[in-house]
Design a protein around this ligand. Structure first.
Ligand SMILES: [Fe+2]
Length: 283
């Protein structure tokens, strides 16, 4: 009898846990606010607000896309920076178009790079790029651009996805100005391995989803990278990057978002979806 009760309670407990992981935690978008201090930041850029959007994984199954849209609408930033994996699966582009049409006015100006989800088989990568550009989102495919904000100019280098082998740092930097303060967008933190000796004051990445499932006492199970650099979520300074990834003359700072959507199993545990609001500060 005691065994039956124990088994019944265990089944109820597992059911509740799965419900939390599938329905509750993915809906709890956390707006992370952080100030990033730089002694080399041009004076005019002090206070520049960056909204980092990553790993939306929009599909025909709406999952948490409504709360993600609500979170994006609730913030104001000078620049919106999207670090790939906007779609999930072959029908993702159509779903993304519907979702973005109501939202792009709330996220201007926006700059994006592609993730591995946009390079998968059966995905028309060019059509996704055209869709984004048609909605006023600039896509940087291994290229650099200078953005003139009300606070001053900032250089953005956009690398195509390194996880699927499309990143080309020499090409991306071929027209970059080494004397300008430089923000790099790259889907996966693996991308920093190609930044040795290149100017990167701040790198924004995603892809890891912060592990997506973080077990008590164990931590994250996978960072979903081919070349694990142990940079799973949050802020890493130059020393962290040197120690973990062995990149000696690499980026001065890296922020890895936990992302907003889910991939693989659509579950999250102790790893809420994240919309990062980063403020640049001159120290
Ligand atoms: Fe990814």
């Amino acid at each position: 009898m005691v065994w039956y009760v124990a088994i019944a309670l265990a089944i109820v407990g597992v059911g509740r846990l799965l419900r939390h992981m599938r329905k509750v935690e993915p809906e709890r978008v956390e707006i992370t606010r952080r100030e990033l201090q730089y002694d080399n930041l041009p004076e005019g850029l002090d206070g520049l607000e960056l909204c980092h959007v990553s790993d939306l994984h929009i599909t025909t199954d709406p999952r948490n896309s409504a709360v993600v849209a609500e979170a994006i609408r609730s913030v104001r930033a000078d620049l919106y920076l999207i670090t790939g994996d906007l779609i999930h699966g072959p029908r993702g582009a159509a779903a993304l178009e519907t979702w973005l049409r109501d939202l792009t006015d709330s996220m201007r100006p926006a700059y994006a790079v592609l993730g591995n989800a946009e390079h998968k088989l059966r995905i028309n990568t060019g059509a996704v790029v055209d869709l984004l550009r048609g909605l006023g989102i600039a896509v940087l495919n291994n290229e650099a651009t200078v953005v003139r904000t009300a606070r001053g100019a900032i250089q953005i280098v956009g690398l195509d996805d390194p996880h699927s082998g499309h990143s080309n740092p020499p090409l991306a930097y071929s027209n970059a100005d080494p004397d300008m303060w430089t923000l790099v967008l790259v889907h996966s933190p693996e991308g920093i391995l190609g930044l040795e000796g290149r100017r990167a004051d701040l790198v924004l990445s995603g892809h890891t989803h912060g592990g997506q499932i973080v077990l008590p006492g164990i931590g994250w199970l996978s960072d979903n990278t081919h070349h694990s650099v142990g940079l799973i979520s949050g802020w890493y300074d130059q020393d962290d990057i040197r120690e973990k990834a062995g990149v000696v003359r690499g980026p001065r700072g890296l922020y890895v978002s936990r992302g907003l959507g889910t991939s693989g199993w659509p579950l999250r545990l102790r790893c809420r979806p994240e919309l990062a609001l980063l403020t640049l500060r001159r120290s």
